[in-house]
Write a protein that binds this ligand. Structure first.
Ligand SMILES: [Zn+2]
Length: 472
């Protein structure tokens, strides 16, 4: 009897241990302490009239149980989102590991006033912690409700711009902006701080494309961090310019000599003729090369590296002008047309090419139709470009002084004879280099304006400090 009883109690013991272990295992699993994670995108600091916000709530362990999103202002709390997610069953975790929520927040419709508010995101998981309420995460993002567009005060007084030329506008912003600059028709040119001690004063160099005439609208556009935008006009006069027309005969000799330089993909059974190749290069490769230029000029330093007028290749004769409209002829028939966005300057073969002004080397490579090319960043979106070089003598990242040799002229790319193709760009737009070779133009349109704004600011600063002294 006793033995039987003993073996039974042994069985019960094992059974109880298994149950205890299972419960323990269950509790360890169900009592996990990892809180849900919350991500808010974009990381907003201001709310304008309408703002799209994306929330991602995840809990990899026991799953998301509940999410609440609200905006609190003073005593008032607006619920923007409230949703619960069920578990797999009584006492079990949930399957919902991640919830992505896109909300359009419109503070006015919620009855919010301008001023401080808090965006509050609370999430719970299916853990048994917190007396079955789950692990809780609460994220609070303080922000400003702001419906007022930034005020923009244009500090430069007159803006005479030539078709195909450069302009400069200096303006003061009333608040930090996420995007500001000049709209020239549909083309945006960003403004930059760094030219003045006051970070709120921005300078924007802008271009008038050679196709944009006197009817083009110029405005300073500024968008604050809440998304409020203001458009501020400024006095300007746009002068129309006439551009030349030119016809270029394309000879078989030129094609035979040039086309092997360009490697183009063509089906093996149907190789391209030199003329077909030429048209692909003059049209498609030209476009690809321009995309590369746009990529390189997208970044610029907020430092005015240049000083004085820009150097022109010494002892050189102009061979083609800026924005010449070119028609191409082959055996007397027109085959193509393009616009020449630089100035061609011819000197002795393999003449040393001086940097037009001080700047930073941002590109040194072969660039299709342009051949071996060098691009310099002169700061604030002003670039110079040197093409068809036979030799490049600088490296990217290097600083060069005005007049320092960057390479030698040559015939690389689509050049018939040894010459320099020289271009100036304002951000992603080719402009007429003639202005930048002209010390008078630079003084009247750029340096005098900067000096004028600086002197007005100094006067104001002087008045403010003398006022303070008088008050003592
Ligand atoms: Zn050229």
């Amino acid at each position: 009897m006793g033995e039987k009883f003993k073996s039974k109690s042994w069985l019960i013991g094992v059974f109880a241990a298994i149950i205890m272990l299972s419960i323990g295992w269950y509790l360890v699993d169900r009592m996990e302490g990892k809180i849900p994670s919350v991500a808010v995108n974009p990381s907003i600091v201001s709310l304008g009239r309408s703002q799209k916000v994306n929330f991602t709530v995840s809990d990899a362990k026991s799953g998301v149980r509940k999410i609440e999103i609200g905006i609190v202002q003073g005593e008032k709390e607006n619920t923007l989102f409230d949703k619960s997610f069920s578990s797999r069953g009584f006492g079990r975790g949930g399957d919902h590991k991640r919830e992505i929520i896109d909300l359009l927040i419109e503070p006015e419709k919620l009855g919010l006033a301008e001023g401080r508010a808090v965006l509050r995101i609370t999430a719970w998981d299916h853990s048994l912690r917190g007396w079955w309420k789950g692990n809780k995460t609460q994220v609070e993002k303080p922000l400003m409700v702001d419906f007022k567009p930034p005020r923009t005060e244009v500090l430069t007084t007159m803006h005479n711009v030539n078709q195909g030329g450069t302009g400069l506008v200096i303006y003061k912003l009333s608040e930090t902006c996420s995007r500001d600059g000049v709209m020239v028709g549909e083309h945006f040119y960003p403004g930059h701080s760094g030219l003045f001690d006051d970070d709120g004063i921005h300078a924007a160099f802008f271009a008038l494309e050679h196709t944009q005439g006197p009817e083009t609208k110029l405005v300073v556009l500024s968008t604050d961090r809440a998304g409020n935008t203001s458009r501020t006009g400024f006095p300007n006069a746009i002068r129309r310019k006439a551009f030349k027309k030119d016809s270029l005969p394309i000879s078989d000799g030129f094609l035979d000599g040039k086309m092997p330089e360009f490697k183009l993909d063509a089906p093996e059974n149907k190789p391209l003729t030199n003329l077909e190749k030429y048209l692909i290069v003059n049209r498609d490769v030209r476009k690809e090369n321009f995309k590369e230029i746009v990529r390189v000029t997208a970044e610029t330093e907020n430092t005015l590296y240049w000083e004085g007028d820009f150097l022109r290749l010494p002892n050189s004769a102009p061979r083609a002008g800026f924005a010449d409209f070119r028609e191409y002829f082959y055996n007397g028939a027109k085959i193509d047309e393009q616009t020449h966005m630089g100035v061609d300057l011819a000197s002795l073969q393999q003449s040393p090419v001086p940097a037009a002004n001080a700047g930073k080397v941002v590109f040194t490579d072969n660039l299709g139709i342009y051949g071996n090319s060098v691009l310099l960043d002169h700061g604030f979106g002003l670039f110079s470009m040197y093409s068809h070089l036979s030799h490049i003598s600088v490296d990217p990242g290097q600083m060069v002084a005005r007049g320092e040799v960057v390479g030698k002229t040559g015939t690389t790319g689509l050049a018939g004879g040894d010459h320099l193709h020289f271009s100036i760009l304002v951000h992603d737009t080719f402009v007429n280099p003639i202005e930048w070779w002209d010390a008078h133009w630079i003084r009247d349109n750029i340096t005098a304006k900067i000096r004028e704004v600086k002197s007005v600011l100094n006067e104001n600063a002087g008045e403010a400090s003398s006022g303070e002294e008088a008050g003592r």
